[in-house]
Design a protein around this ligand. Sequence first.
Ligand SMILES: CC(C)(COP(=O)(O)OP(=O)(O)OC[C@H]1O[C@@H](n2cnc3c(N)ncnc32)[C@H](O)[C@@H]1OP(=O)(O)O)[C@@H](O)C(=O)NCCC(=O)NCCS
Length: 172
Amino acid sequence: MSTPPSSERRGKSPRETQVEMVELVLPNDANTMGNVLGGRVLHWIDLAAAIVAHRHSRTEAVTASMDEVSFLGPIRVGQLAVIAARMTYVGRSSMEIRVDVQSEDLLSGERRQTSTAYLTFVAVDKAGQPTDVPPLLCETEEEKREARAAEARRAKRLRSRGLETPGEIPQR
Ligand SMILES: CC(C)(COP(=O)(O)OP(=O)(O)OC[C@H]1O[C@@H](n2cnc3c(N)ncnc32)[C@H](O)[C@@H]1OP(=O)(O)O)[C@@H](O)C(=O)NCCC(=O)NCCS
């Protein structure tokens, strides 16, 4: 007999849905200085986060917001962009995903952090209405710390939309 998906049993851990994507920066991705375009990096960030959201919810999911993103250093043509995304917090229908971007030099192997972004995706049904998602099961101390920090970010986002923070969703 096959095992039911973990979401049907109890929820999902960040480990079960995390994503690492690698892109080779080509001239078509770059500005006239040979550095990757910011918009291209934002696209990769959105894609990686979307995959995490879909793996967690197994529903349609849309980008609701992306918090401020900085580009701390360039990624040059011929280098790799390594995009790592993982679930940090789950509400009723919303999911916060952290995406880290690093440059990797193919010859030296040196990696540098270039961006960190937090995105909120909302799981939606066929009519595009928000729908509940399985809870997040934090397994490590770092995941628990990240989930607590996410609650503060969520409250800030709600305030910026003129909304009160609803009751906390316990992260397990
Ligand atoms: C995201 C969307 C489905 C939310 O619909 P809504 O009717 O405003 O939803 P609600 O107010 O009932 O909120 C539902 C959840 O989304 C969250 N949410 C809504 N807008 C948000 C925003 N701008 N940022 C972060 N979270 C948001 C709420 O906090 C709530 O979370 P919870 O269920 O975990 O408590 C709707 O705004 C939408 O379809 N937006 C367009 C999405 C899209 O097309 N994205 C692609 C890029 S344009």
